[in-house]
Design a protein around this ligand. Structure first.
Ligand code: ADP
Ligand code: MG
Length: 201
């Protein structure tokens, strides 16, 4: 197994994140953990890129639908549909509109448990229920209910890969291998070297 310090994850600052002037804040939150930014670009995605991105994982449709339905059930409310695939099909349509509405910033972050750490800092999908201290919990307020009422995607500022296999598929979808830079930063020695050598004179 590869050392966890080599793990990489994809982050996209969605169009609302850029409009809200949160680029710096978002990068700061990931950067200060010790994770290393190894690729970054601004672009306006096409609808095809978004559809392909969300369908890279064949199980995504079922999981996105089930998550939405269970959030309604938990609150004692009636979901708009009880078929997860039907819910997911309408989410894909909404996501294509949302994600192509303006520029986004795509990034690759590398370091120990990058996928899990970035998800923890980002917070859960629905900002309404995302914990305080997470980006989605601190900077935005959207909900399944508001998104469904207006037939649109949940505006939650960020995409972050959900699992290591998902990251491994998503990164090449957004970046060519030569766009990912291999380099060192000094604090990696403190984070990862086996011995803490070279501190004392
Ligand atoms: P995450 O981005 O937290 O990994 P998902 O992969 O489940 O969440 O969903 C992808 C994106 O689709 C979400 O970030 C959100 O913008 C949007 N979304 C998910 N579920 C719904 C829904 N039921 N209604 C509207 N938009 C949704
Ligand atoms: Mg996801």
């Amino acid at each position: 197994m590869a050392h966890p310090k080599t793990e990489r994850t994809l982050v996209i600052v969605k169009p609302d994140g850029i409009q809200r002037a949160l680029i710096g804040e978002i990068i700061r939150r990931y950067e200060r953990t010790g994770l290393k930014l190894v690729a970054l670009k601004m672009l306006i995605p096409t609808e095809a890129m978004i559809e392909e991105h969300y369908l890279l994982d064949p199980n995504w449709k079922k999981s996105v639908g089930e998550k939405a339905i269970s959030s309604y059930v938990k609150k004692g409310e009636k979901p708009p549909s009880t078929d997860p695939i039907e819910v997911a099909d309408s989410v894909v349509v909404s996501l294509k509109k949302y994600m192509t509405s303006g520029p986004v910033i795509a990034m690759v972050w590398e370091g120990g448990h990058a996928v899990e750490l970035v998800r923890k800092i980002t917070g859960s999908t629905e900002p309404r229920s995302a914990s305080i201290g997470t980006i989605r919990g601190d900077f935005v307020l959207d909900s399944y209910q508001m998104a469904d009422t207006d037939t649109r995607a949940i505006r939650n500022l960020i995409h972050a890969s959900g699992t290591v296999p998902e990251a491994e598929k998503e990164i090449p979808h957004w970046f060519k291998p030569e766009e990912i830079i291999r380099y060192h930063v000094p604090h990696e020695a403190t984070l990862y070297d086996v011995d803490m050598k070279g501190i004392l004179e």
